[in-house]
Design a protein around this ligand. Structure first.
Ligand code: PMP
Length: 281
């Protein structure tokens, strides 16, 4: 397995970083996961914009214009040319003596790896999910590498044999531990606005665009936990999740075995088409 690390392609076991890297010590960094589908990095520009936005928000100075060439070198070295794969990009603040404040002279650590993965065309996930209090911090818009809250919440889903944990804060649903959350009520699609309480998922953006082109009404308004019994459909979106229909939320069954809502189905079909028609990088 090959890894891109600070300008070099290395075997994974030779790719070494300092224990004083602030990514390791503080989780002081951001990341992206991008799917390469049918020879294209899906919504690469949107991922790049989010990456740049994240760097700006946490004051890491790094010129992303070197990335396409670096990605190309990594993909060649990983023998992934012509294959579907997942690309992971991580940029941390770099190595410095352990002090909380941003160091004056640290060089960002840039690390990438990719592995083969073909996302299924027919997303058969019919998820059972649990609900938990969203105890994460209030800057969930930053795609930071410190994912402990998400990890703890996701593991609870696993302990309950569930696909995901969906969260609520101050009485409204926010998102899942690794994906965004949508509801459908009387034909209208509802999702939490892209503020500081959720990560603005690229798949979320793509789904909102699809709603527009399909003339499906959208409200970026969060659903109240007390309104759960009134929703008709619910689904999750994310790079690896794509669009996953939700079958059951805690004890509340939305759909029985293998059935899903008509809006969810329509969006899944439109998303499948989109996967093969997005503009190439
Ligand atoms: N929310 C959270 C907390 C996530 O970790 C992710 C996936 N990284 C998403 C939403 C979905 O984002 P995307 O569609 O860009 O994968």
């Amino acid at each position: 397995e090959k890894v891109y690390l600070n300008g070099e392609i290395k075997d994974a076991h030779d790719a070494k970083i300092s224990v004083f890297d602030r990514g390791f010590i503080f989780g002081d960094g951001i990341y992206e996961v991008i799917a390469n589908i049918n020879g294209r990095l899906f919504y690469y520009d949107a991922h790049l914009d989010r990456l740049k936005d994240g760097l700006k928000k946490i004051n890491i100075e790094f010129d992303t214009s070197s990335l396409p060439k670096a990605i190309d070198a990594l993909i060649s070295a990983s023998n992934l040319k012509g294959q579907d794969y997942m690309l992971y990009i991580q940029i941390t603040r770099g190595v410095a003596p352990r002090k909380h404040a941003y160091p004056e002279t640290a060089i960002p650590t840039v690390m990438m790896f990719a592995f083969p993965k073909t996302l299924p065309d027919n997303n058969e996930v019919n998820a059972q999910v649990i609900t938990r209090n969203d105890f994460r911090w209030s800057r969930c818009d930053i795609k930071m590498t410190s994912l402990l809250g998400n990890v703890m919440l996701n593991d609870e889903a696993k302990q309950h044999d569930c696909y995901e944990t969906i969260m609520h804060r101050n009485g409204v649903f926010t998102e899942g531990s690794h994906c965004n959350l949508f509801f459908v009520k009387n034909g209208t699609v509802f999702t939490h606005p892209a503020d500081e309480f959720i990560l603005n998922g690229i798949t979320r953006i793509a789904v909102l665009e699809l709603c527009k082109s399909l003339n499906i009404e959208v409200k970026e308004t969060p659903i109240k936990t007390t309104d759960l019994l009134n929703v008709d459909e619910a689904f999750l979106t994310g790079t690896t999740v794509q669009i996953a229909s939700i079958q059951q939320i805690d004890d509340h069954i939305l759909y029985t075995e293998n059935k899903k809502g008509s809006v969810t189905k329509k969006l899944q079909e439109a998303f499948l088409k989109l996967k093969y028609t997005v503009t190439p990088l």
